[in-house]
Design a binder for this molecule. Structure first.
Ligand SMILES: [Zn+2]
Ligand SMILES: [Zn+2]
Length: 330
């Protein structure tokens, strides 16, 4: 089968791989669409090192090609997506419904080979049928949408509130879309004008490139700040400018130290929390329902659609940070 393999930093080659065998309780999926994510980009750029050649990818939409023994409730040809993080299901966190922070979770395209190939197997428990009401274009963006919704659901932001979103990559844009749909007013921040145009199209009321945001956030009664850029400078911005009594939710994945003044957070009652992916299975179920019922249309953030042969170009494009969501079709 054809597969897009990362053979060295900034080098993806389309090659042949042996077809995966479908195990018991697994589903073989014929891939038709992929989404490129920030974690694919960090491997592509060599910021995270993989055992080369490495199969990237975790956002996939396709059709059921074969069923393992013991898989019920699925049929050949059905349209499906995959929830690509497999929590262990037995640790204390998993049993408490917090699979997102399972220390033993397997993440495809990150800690295990990914899905950028013609065929791909996944445990049936993590394969979701896509209702007919959902287009192929929206289906492939459901996984990143679940990440943004989890962050919103974990926060204290409610209808009628005003929030600030820093970083208008896919996570930030989908968070804006979901927040606006539930009656939350959004101020969007990014250093790129194109991203702010997308943010405005999705319903953000104030879009700002940079500068001292503290007075604005205070005057606009921002109750929650979502940090979605994932760099220390924006984490520091969120922690230093968050208004009295507000909450800062860290969604971006920054691995560099960030400094803050503890006294300010203590004295002004600022809550800080992190939001990691989504919890299995509740978050995917709710995300799919929101798209099925037409409340959210996540494909609005797709700016570029390339072919499988152009996978290297797709990763390059995603690496520039200029694009919204980059999608690749088989
Ligand atoms: Zn992702
Ligand atoms: Zn677990």
């Amino acid at each position: 089968m054809r597969a897009a393999l990362l053979v060295a930093p900034k080098k993806i080659e389309i090659g042949e791989m042996t077809e995966p065998r479908v195990g018991a309780d697994e589903i073989l999926i014929e891939s038709s669409r992929f989404g490129v994510c920030g974690s694919d980009v960090s491997f592509y750029l060599g910021h995270r090192v993989a055992p080369y050649p490495f199969l990237l990818g975790h956002e996939v939409f396709g059709r059921v090609a074969a069923l393992g023994d013991g898989v019920a409730n699925f049929e050949i040809g059905q349209r499906v997506i995959v929830e690509p993080n497999y929590p262990c299901g037995v640790c204390a966190f998993c049993r408490a419904g917090r699979g997102a922070i399972c220390p033993d979770k397997k993440a495809i395209g990150v800690t295990a080979p990914g899905c950028f190939a013609a065929l791909f197997t996944a445990p049936a428990e993590f394969v979701w049928q896509v209702p007919d009401d959902i287009s192929d274009a929206d289906a492939v963006v459901i996984e990143p949408l679940a990440v943004s919704l989890h962050a919103l659901w974990q926060s204290r932001a409610r209808m009628g509130d005003t929030i600030a979103v820093i970083g208008c990559g896919a996570t930030g844009l989908l968070l804006i879309h979901a927040a606006v749909a539930q009656g939350i007013r959004v101020l969007a921040h990014d250093k790129l004008a194109d991203k702010l145009t997308l943010a405005r199209q999705l319903g953000a009321v104030i879009v700002i490139e940079s500068g001292d945001v503290a007075p604005l956030w205070r005057d606009e009664n921002v109750t929650t700040v979502f940090e979605c850029a994932g760099v220390s400078a924006t984490v520091e911005l969120a922690l230093s400018a968050a208004p009295r009594g507000s909450q800062v939710v860290l969604v971006g994945l920054s691995a560099s130290p960030a400094s803050f003044i503890p006294l300010r957070l203590v004295r002004e009652g600022i809550r800080v929390s992190g939001s990691m992916i989504y919890d299995h299975p509740a978050d995917f179920a709710r995300t799919i329902a929101l798209v099925k019922h037409g409340i959210l249309q996540p494909a609005q953030i797709v700016t570029d659609t390339l072919t499988f042969d152009q996978m290297d170009r797709a990763l390059q494009l995603a690496s520039t940070g200029q694009a919204g969501k980059v999608v690749v079709t088989m």
